[in-house]
Write a protein that binds this ligand. Structure first.
Ligand code: ACO
Length: 430
């Protein structure tokens, strides 16, 4: 498969303002927005722009990492179906795949796993600064602060042109995301920080750092957690990944670029949705109240959180896998009573014209919160779990961006709709 753009045909455009016709190459099913700049009404005209405020129809990059077909409900990392990776792979193997493009050999995987667990430990000063936060500080705010702190502790990460420095920062990001998340969690609970144990695997370490070194780890829960992380590992140009790419395009260090992703993920319409789903399920309380809640959704008084997606207009394949993983987890932990509410909500929504017409289906967040809750993770930590899972995607996309010869600093244009030139009025005269 060629990675160079292939010209498939041309697009002819006639500008009714001038009567002039232009011909633009079509490559990869797209036209280059900058080609449209040739369309001008006069020599000093800037040229035609496209208006796409939420990037609904704009490809911001050429990427070889994740394939997503939202109509068919297909998701593949580097060509491998998400269903196969969730069934057979591990989170760190998937991380390697996303970053390097190929599955690792046994030796590569072993080395990578060791490198990651060895780097999970975070400098004591980060722990000290976390102690300055209020006990009820949101862990996503603490995670942002932690990554800001890492950026100052690794000034060499500013050398984004250096391959070895890039890889150092990539490994640190994946390794330290759960540790800072766990520090935030323990701080919220008023408990001491638990250091990672390099003799344990990544996901076991996460549970131990959250719940204490004495926590007895059930391998079925570790596997469920690993699957959840795999499902969240990348999702092409979503809001947080686009933020990482845009901020990283300024050539800021990796930790600061990743911090942009953490901030974007914090929002309730993105990573915050799994937290919002649990809040919603608790508010609904019982399956008997589902119909009343649906009336509120249809009269626009509420959103059905965990439903709908910018790209999926079909069942999110990750939601199907998570729903299956719920059974395995509940076998260990006992059934979460909110599952009944979630199942009733889903069935009601999928049979309702409002949702059918708008092609609204459960997304990844609809069931993930129920698993996190069963694992004993409180709602305000859900988005942190998402960040841990998404870390490999952010760094893989960042790496692809930084090596892309087409990439320049991300800088959209605007359509100015403000006032024309006017004279300043002294405050006394206003
Ligand atoms: N509940 C009720 N109505 C909805 C929902 C929902 N969850 N999602 C979309 N709609 C309606 C909109 O009101 C709109 O109706 P209209 O055309 O009559 O005005 C129509 O469906 C299209 O929705 P948009 O908001 O235009 O879709 P968009 O692509 O902009 O938004 C989004 C996608 C943000 C995910 C939206 O579906 C939503 O807010 N969902 C709830 C939050 C959520 O679950 N987010 C997680 C996303 S997945 C992730 O980040 C991992």
């Amino acid at each position: 498969m060629s990675t160079e753009p292939q010209v498939e045909g041309t697009l002819s455009v006639t500008d009714s303002r001038t009567g002039q016709t232009y011909e633009f190459p079509i490559t990869d099913g797209t036209v280059r927005a900058t080609d449209l700049r040739q369309i001008k009404t006069s020599d000093d005209d800037f040229g035609l722009m496209t208006y796409d405020p939420a990037f609904m129809n704009t490809a911001s990059c050429r990427s070889a990492i994740t394939y997503l077909d939202g109509d068919a409900g297909v998701l593949r990392y580097r060509g491998y179906p998400i269903e196969q990776l969730a069934a057979k792979s591990t989170f760190l193997e998937v991380a390697w795949l996303l970053i390097h493009g190929e599955l690792p050999t046994a030796k590569e995987l072993e080395g990578f796993e060791k490198q990651i667990v060895d780097r999970m430990v975070v400098q004591a000063e980060v722990g000290e600064s976390i102690k300055a936060f209020a006990r009820n500080a949101h862990p996503m705010g603490i995670l942002e602060a932690g990554f800001g702190h890492l950026s100052t502790l690794y000034p060499e990460a500013k050398q984004v042109e250096s391959g070895p420095e890039r890889m150092e920062a990539i490994i640190n990001t994946i390794a330290k995301m759960p540790t800072i998340g766990a520090m935030a969690f323990r701080h919220n609970q008023g408990k001491d920080i638990v250091a990672p144990d390099p003799s344990l695997d990544y996901s076991t370490n996460i549970l131990k750092m959250f719940f204490g070194a004495d926590y007895e780890v059930d391998p079925r829960l570790v596997r469920a957690l690993d699957i959840l992380l795999i499902l969240h590992a990348d999702h092409e140009q979503n809001c947080s990944t686009s933020a990482v790419r845009a901020v990283g395009s300024s050539q800021v260090d990796t930790y600061s670029a990743v911090n942009a992703g953490i901030a974007a993920l914090y929002g309730p319409l993105h990573g915050g949705a799994n937290e919002a789903v649990l809040v919603m399920l608790r508010e609904i309380g019982s399956a008997d109240n589902v119909s009343d809640f649906m009336d509120k959704v249809k009269s626009r008084e509420a959103l059905l959180m965990g439903f709908g997606h910018r790209v999926y207009k079909n069942y999110d394949p990750r939601a199907t896998i998570i729903k299956g993983a719920c059974d395995d987890v509940f076998e260990v932990t006992g059934v979460n009573p909110l599952l009944e509410v979630a199942v009733a909500l889903e069935a009601t929504a999928l049979a309702d014209d409002f949702f059918i017409q708008r092609k609204l289906y459960p997304n990844v967040d609809f069931y993930s919160g129920l698993i996190y809750e069963a694992l004993g993770i409180p709602t305000e930590m859900f988005t942190v779990m998402f960040a841990i899972g998404r870390a490999p995607g952010w760094v893989a996309q960042w790496l692809e961006m930084i090596q892309d010869k087409d990439q320049k600093i991300s800088r959209p244009r605007q359509i100015y709709i403000g006032s024309g030139e006017r004279d300043y009025v002294e405050v006394s005269a206003r």
